[in-house]
Design a protein around this ligand. Structure first.
Ligand SMILES: [Zn+2]
Length: 81
């Protein structure tokens, strides 16, 4: 990202569009979950990292692996190879 201080107008339903530079810079995709947090300084928008297995997409029995997650069944499959 090369710039801070984007100004966006709320539409008639109270929605805003995140600037493309921000979305691309943070890897935010359509339908991603974001969390609004109210702070003294204003509103902070937090990107929620989806926890799912990098190999099969499951969100159960996850173990952290580098910058993502792998589920235990996939780990067992890999060990059997
Ligand atoms: Zn898996």
């Amino acid at each position: 990202m090369h710039r801070a201080g984007w100004v966006r107008k709320l539409d008639f339903l109270g929605r805003i569009v995140l600037p493309m530079d921000i979305r691309r810079g943070l890897g935010i995709e359509k339908q991603d979950d974001l969390e609004f947090s109210l702070q003294e300084q204003g509103i902070i928008l937090i990107q929620i990292v989806k926890k799912q297995c990098r190999l099969c997409g499951s969100n159960h029995s996850l173990m952290p692996y580098r910058d993502s997650f792998v589920c235990i069944p996939c780990i067992r499959e890999l060990k059997a190879v």
